[in-house]
Structures are given as structure tokens and as C-alpha cells.
Write a protein that binds this ligand. Structure first.
Ligand code: ADP
Ligand code: MG
Length: 732
């Protein structure tokens, strides 16, 4: 195939294939406001026509966990859901869960039931509450033998039920947790919910301890953990995608010569969104709005062909479910636009990869956001104590946070000189760092220029906010009133890093609470206690604070001096999952059991190896099917031309030179391919294999990629059959 056929969308006369879709309209065909159809496919029991006022009050009590769900209430709820969803055209329901594969799983059941020989629609309380998918086909890390392969899904009341629309109908989606017969969590959600409970408990206690009011109505009963996930992705033309086996098999190109122009001019970031892409983004947003996902921001990202979607943040558990839906809808809508949405962390070499910034904070309506700098001295002590506590959480558990984001695909980003490094540090900005440094030394902070004397100055809020500049190189940055965990990979289920983060902060908060309780009992004022706490915790945690360039060698050296863990690859990071000492902060409060961690370790090691195995086999296959045939053909053409020229007495100097170079590279590639093939036969699924892959086979495959890039650059365009980066990244 020739270039002109491949990149047809770039030929002048070609019309950009912008897809028109059905925008929600009123009866007169006028477009509705988003607020008029937002959440229309989200079940809201408060709006149910068949639940009584008392039912609704009862359900609210149940959702606030002040009451238990009774069989009778579940029956009523199931009926209301059935009524609502069938009115809207749904025919099936599914328990939707998040197994350890990293994506989601669903098995659809029809509402149809035959009773007394008659067809009816039915959703019973037990169908709503519990499902029993065959757990043996999901990763379980060797936790159960097949004879007890039963697993249960159970309805997660804290995440809303919604309808997913397909081309030809709708399915009712019931978010659920997935556990084994013995109660082990087989999913991402269960430990996440446990971690939210732990953090909420310890943060509520902290709030009540620092509360300067003794009135009962000022007592805090709960805090909410919030999360907003900025999702990066690439879009490529569907026809080109299917011509590259590496993209189809593993979601990334295993080789490719860089284009002369890529991202060096920084002209794509925030540039005008291409028409075809904008049409796509709009359809994604409409789909998301219907199910109540508040998509807010859309823009071009740094690399050509790369974009981002960010929602308004929400409650952590819901945000995780929503992010799974965002990824799923982004993928399915892309196909309708004849494009493929790539969520892989590193689809292309030489240009930026994709991450998913996990924005995180906590608070409640009464106390506000605990990460918000305020204007009164007392609440500022609370704020600074909170920041010190979070830094200490990073200091103690940075290794585990690194481990939470380890995967074969994210390994290509972390530490690869573009994404956050694999050393987990915190960026606080200069002002906040100076303030905390002063506290650590037992002094009040003074700023020369602004001339304010104490932390009490109203200026703090403004000051801190203005000074948390956008340091893009930090894996964990304070950005005004939230922390942003930037090292998370674009394809990952954020529930995993979120669980570890919640657990880490809860761990330090528990210690802080104990200290404060003791201080208060010893007669200290709460402000005195907080000041002492800031001093102690921050002094200890300071080593994780770094405001400079996280990509620099300087930081690597400095981090080594500070003895910060630098787990460069999954081979090093995954081992931590089964380190008992390291995981006490997770096992003691029951966020994960030791058994559950072992399962996750086995699953992740196995998945790492399987993914690499697929990549290596695909690479070998493409070399034999595509690369070598093209190269050999071109070499033949050169050889013939050399003969022809010699025959007429012309010196084919350049041709001979090119042929020789091509031949050397081909031989070199062939030799490496043989080596990789032999290695493939011996590759297993143990941690030792991960180590071998990381240290030997992956570097070998990268050398092969270099050889291929060279060949790609020297073989004639018409002969090189595969779509190149030029085609993939610039076809709009
Ligand atoms: P950036 O400059 O990092 O790209 P954006 O404004 O695009 O920032 O995205 C920030 C993300 O953080 C959004 O998803 C937003 O909803 C979320 N966010 C904002 N405030 C909070 C908060 N207090 N807690 C959690 N997430 C938040
Ligand atoms: Mg961000």
C-alpha cells in the first residue's frame, strides 16, 4: 500500500469525516441545555413515581448508613429501578464490577421472566443485591481452587445506578463489589471502599479533636474523600490502527521512526482542536452528561494526536466508577467516528505518553476542604498540620504509592524523562515550603516582601494559592487546595492508587490523633498541640519535599542522598506488594488482608509477563510478516538497479552504500529476532521472569525497535507497507 492510499484524509480534496450525531433536543427540535438532560440516565430514587415519601426517607437513611438495608426496602428499591429503567427502554440489567484485570466486567440478564406461563419484566431484591458470576475466569491470584470458584457481586449502594445506551437499546448498570466465597476482595472497589471508611474515620476524629467548639451540633460525623481524574488519550484513524498488529494486540507501537516535526514546537498543546476530534469530544460529553458524569474540560495535549478530558471532581468511589465509564465511552464513541482511542501510557516513542492526574482532597460541608488554606490562624494550623501529615504519609509509604501505579505500560512513562520520575516526592511550592520550614525550626514565618508577620495574616490563602505554580515534573503536587498524584497511568484503574493513598494518610492521621489526644490530656491547647505536630511531622517528612525539576539527574542524585526509594521498574516495585512490614498500614486496618495482597501480587506479576509476552510475539511476527519482506524487496530493487547501472558503465556508488547499510541492519535485526524467539520459549510468569524481561528482553526489543526505525527511514515509502508515525499522528 502506498502512502497516498494510507493517509487519504490528508489529500487536499478529501472531506474530513466529521460525524454528526443526535444532540438531545426538545419536541421542536431545538437543542436542550446540558442542565436539562444531565443525569437523565442516572437513577434517582427521590424522583421515583412509585416510591412513597416515607420510602424515600428510609432509603436516605440507609444510604447515610444510619440504617441497614432490609429485604423489604430492597424489594421496593428494585421495583422502582425496574419501573424507571423499563420506561426508558432498558431490557437487561447487569452487575458491573472491577476485577483485577484493571477494566470492568459485566454479564447481562434480561428483565424478562415467565410467570404462570406469562411474560413479565422483573427485578427482584436478590437480583439487585447479589449476583454470582463464575469467578474462576477472573484473575484471582491462585486464591481459590476451581471447586470453590464461586464469587459474589454485591450492590454498592454508594455509587449510582445508571443506564448505558447502545445503538439498539439500553442496559441497567448496577455498580457492585466482587468478592470470593470466602469473602476475599477479588476487585478494586472493595479495598477502595474500606480505605475510604478508614480515612473518613481518622479524618473525622482529627476534625473533632481540632474543633474549637464544644457544641454538639458542631461535631463532625463524616468526611468525604474527593477525586477528579484528568484523562489523557490519543486518537488515531481506525483504518490505520488495524494495519498495525502491535496497536491491535497491545495498544502501543513497538517501533516507529520519529517524524521530523513532533512536539518540539509545543504547538499542539491547547491548540485549536481539529474538527473531527471536536465532533468526537462532543459526542463523548453528551454520553457522559446523560449518565451524570460532569465532563468539564477538553483540550489538545502535548503530543500530536493527544488530548485530555477532565471532569468536575466528585466523591472518590463515584469518581472511580465514573472514570471507568469515561474510558469505556471514549473507546466506544471513537469507533463511531472511525477512530480508535488509545489509552495506553506510551503508544508512541519519542513523544509524550499519557497519564491520569488523580486530584485528591477531603472535607465535609461544615469544615470545608481540609486542604484549603484559610484566613484564620486556627484553621490554618489545621491546614498546615494536614499538609505535614500528608507529607509524612508520603515519607512512610512512598514505595507503596509507587507500587500502586506499577504496570508494564506505565513503566514506559515513569522516569522516562517526560513523565513524573519513579521517585515519589511532594511538590509544595516555595511559599508553603518556607512556611513549613520555619515551623520545623520552631519559628513563625516571615516574608520580607509581603511583610506579614504571622501565619495569622489573611494573606495566607491567597499567597499559598498563587505560589503553587504548575510544576509538571512532580509526581505528587500540591495545587492550591488539593494534591495531584500525577504518576498514575492513563489506562489504570485509579481505585488502586487511591486505596493506597487513603490508607497511607489514614495511617499517619491515626498517629496524629493519638498525639493530639495525649497533648490535650496533658493540658496543652489545641493550637499548641498542632504547632508541635507540624514541627515534628514536617521535620521528619521534609525529605520527600522537592520543588525543583523532577526530571533532572540532580534530583536523582539528591534523592539517593535522602535515601528515598527509587523503584525504577515494575520488577522492583511489585515486590513490595508482599513485603509484610511495608504493608502493615494496609493489613492492620483491614484495607487488604495479607491473602488479598498475595493474590494481587500474583495477578500483577502474571499480567506483567503476559503483556510482555504478547508484545514480544507481536514484534517477532511483524518482523517476519512486514519488516523483513519490505526490506528484502527493497534490497532486491537496489541490487537490480546496481546491476543495471554497472551494465551501462555507471558507478552506482550511493546505491551500493545504501544496500550495504540496509543489509547490515537487516542481519543485525534478524540475529536479535532469533535471540528473542529463543527467549520467548523460556519465559514464565514469576517475579524472576519480570526481572529478566526488564533487564534483558525489553532492552533487546528496544534495540530491535531502533534497527527497525533505521530500516523504516531508508526503505522506499511505497515498499514500506506499515503506517508510520507520520500517518498515525498527523492524520486528522
Ligand atoms: P490542571 O491544570 O492540572 O490540568 P484541571 O483544572 O484541568 O487542572 O483539572 C483539575 C482536576 O482536579 C479536575 O478534574 C477538577 O475537578 C479536580 N479538582 C479540583 N478541585 C478539587 C478538589 N478539591 N479535590 C479533588 N479534585 C479536585
Ligand atoms: Mg493536572
Amino acid at each position: 500500500m502506498t502512502r497516498s492510499a494510507r493517509t487519504i484524509s490528508q489529500v487536499g480534496s478529501y472531506k474530513i469525516p466529521t460525524r454528526k450525531f443526535k444532540i438531545p433536543c426538545d419536541v421542536n427540535g431545538n437543542p436542550l441545555r446540558v442542565s436539562e438532560y444531565y443525569g437523565e440516565n442516572l437513577f434517582d430514587f427521590m424522583k421515583s413515581e412509585i416510591l412513597t415519601k416515607q420510602d424515600k426517607t428510609d432509603l436516605q437513611e440507609i444510604l447515610c448508613k444510619r440504617k441497614d438495608l432490609t429485604k423489604e426496602m430492597a424489594e421496593k428499591f428494585a421495583n422502582a429501578v425496574l419501573n424507571w429503567s423499563t420506561n426508558k427502554g432498558a431490557t437487561h440489567f447487569t452487575h458491573w464490577f472491577q476485577p483485577m484485570t484493571g477494566s470492568t466486567a459485566e454479564k447481562h440478564d434480561a428483565f424478562l421472566s415467565i410467570e404462570g406461563g406469562k411474560p413479565i419484566e422483573k427485578l427482584s431484591a436478590s437480583q439487585l443485591i447479589q449476583g454470582e458470576p463464575d469467578a474462576s475466569s477472573f484473575p484471582h491470584g491462585g486464591s481459590r481452587s476451581t471447586f470453590e470458584a464461586r464469587g459474589y457481586t454485591s450492590w454498592d449502594l454508594s455509587s449510582p445506578i445508571f443506564l448505558r445506551s447502545h445503538e439498539n437499546g439500553k442496559t441497567l448498570i448496577i455498580p457492585t463489589a466482587f468478592v470470593s466465597y470466602h469473602g476475599d476482595a477479588l476487585d478494586v472497589k472493595t479495598p477502595l471502599l474500606r480505605s475510604i471508611t478508614q480515612l473518613s474515620k481518622s479524618a473525622t476524629k482529627f476534625l473533632n479533636l481540632v474543633n474549637d467548639s464544644s457544641r454538639a451540633e458542631d461535631e463532625h460525623t463524616d468526611i468525604d474523600v474527593s477525586c477528579g481524574c484528568e484523562q489523557e488519550y490519543f486518537l488515531i484513524d481506525k483504518a490505520l490502527f488495524f494495519q498495525r498488529a502491535d496497536l491491535v494486540m497491545g495498544g502501543r507501537t513497538l517501533f516507529g521512526a520519529n517524524t521530523s516535526r513532533n512536539q518540539q514546537l509545543d504547538d499542539h498543546y491547547f491548540g485549536t482542536i481539529p474538527a473531527r476530534v471536536l465532533a468526537y469530544m462532543q459526542e463523548v460529553e453528551v454520553e457522559l452528561y446523560k449518565i451524570g458524569v460532569p465532563a468539564k474540560t477538553r483540550h489538545n495535549e502535548v503530543a500530536p494526536g493527544q488530548f485530555e478530558l477532565a471532569p468536575i471532581f466528585s466523591s472518590a468511589n463515584t469518581a472511580v466508577d465514573q472514570n471507568q465509564m469515561v474510558m469505556s465511552i471514549m473507546e466506544s464513541v471513537a469507533v463511531k467516528h472511525d477512530m480508535i482511542c488509545l489509552l495506553h501510557e506510551k503508544p508512541f516513542m519519542g513523544v509524550n505518553g499519557s497519564g491520569k492526574h488523580l486530584n485528591w482532597s477531603m472535607g465535609n460541608a461544615k469544615a470545608g476542604n481540609l486542604l484549603e488554606p484559610t484566613s484564620s490562624p486556627h484553621t490554618n494550623y489545621r491546614f498546615l498540620a494536614m499538609i505535614s501529615i500528608i507529607c509524612e504519609a508520603l515519607n512512610r509509604h512512598g514505595g507503596s504509592l509507587r507500587t500502586a501505579i506499577a504496570s508494564h505500560s506505565n513503566d514506559h512513562r515513569l522516569g522516562a524523562n517526560e513523565a513524573p520520575p519513579s521517585i515519589i516526592s511532594a511538590f509544595l511550592g516555595d511559599t508553603l515550603t518556607k512556611i513549613l520550614d520555619a515551623y520545623a525550626e520552631g519559628k513563625a514565618y516571615k516574608d520580607k516582601n509581603e511583610g506579614f508577620l504571622d501565619l495569622g495574616a489573611d494573606e495566607l490563602a491567597r499567597f499559598v494559592r498563587d505560589n503553587t505554580d504548575r510544576n509538571r515534573t512532580s509526581p505528587f503536587a500540591f495545587t492550591g487546595n488539593k494534591f495531584e498524584f500525577r504518576a498514575v497511568g492513563s489506562s489504570q484503574n485509579v481505585g488502586v492508587p487511591l486505596t493506597i493513598l487513603n490508607g497511607a494518610v489514614a495511617d499517619v492521621l491515626n498517629d496524629a490523633n493519638e498525639i493530639i489526644e495525649k497533648d490535650l490530656a496533658d493540658g496543652m491547647s489545641i493550637d499548641e498541640s498542632l504547632i508541635a505536630l507540624i514541627k515534628n511531622f514536617y521535620s521528619n517528612a521534609k525529605r520527600v519535599v522537592f520543588n525543583g525539576d523532577g526530571y533532572s539527574q540532580e534530583w536523582q542524585d539528591e534523592a539517593e542522598k535522602r535515601k528515598l526509594p527509587n523503584l525504577k521498574t515494575s520488577a522492583e516495585a511489585l515486590k513490595l506488594i508482599v513485603d509484610e512490614e511495608v504493608n502493615l498500614f494496609l493489613t492492620k486496618p483491614g484495607i487488604y488482608s495479607t491473602e488479598e495482597l498475595t493474590m494481587r501480587y500474583n495477578v500483577r506479576v502474571e499480567r506483567y509477563c503476559k503483556h510482555r509476552h504478547i508484545e514480544f510475539r507481536t514484534l517477532v511476527n511483524m518482523i517476519h510478516k512486514d519488516i523483513l519482506p519490505a526490506t528484502i524487496e527493497y534490497k532486491g530493487m537496489l541490487a537490480n538497479s546496481i546491476d543495471d547501472q554497472k551494465e551501462v558503465g555507471v558507478d552506482p556508488k550511493a546505491d551500493i552504500h545504501i544496500l550495504k547499510l540496509l543489509n547490515d541492519r537487516t542481519n543485525s535485526l534478524y540475529e536479535k529476532t532469533e535471540r528473542l524467539k529463543t527467549a520467548l520459549g523460556a519465559m514464565g510468569e514469576e517475579i524472576g521472569d519480570v526481572e529478566k524481561i526488564v533487564s534483558e528482553w525489553l532492552p533487546l526489543s528496544e534495540e530491535m525497535a531502533n534497527d527497525i526505525a533505521y530500516l523504516e527511514e531508508h526503505v522506499a515509502e511505497d515498499v514500506w507497507g506499515l503506517p508510520t508515525y507520520y500517518d498515525l499522528l498527523f492524520a486528522k
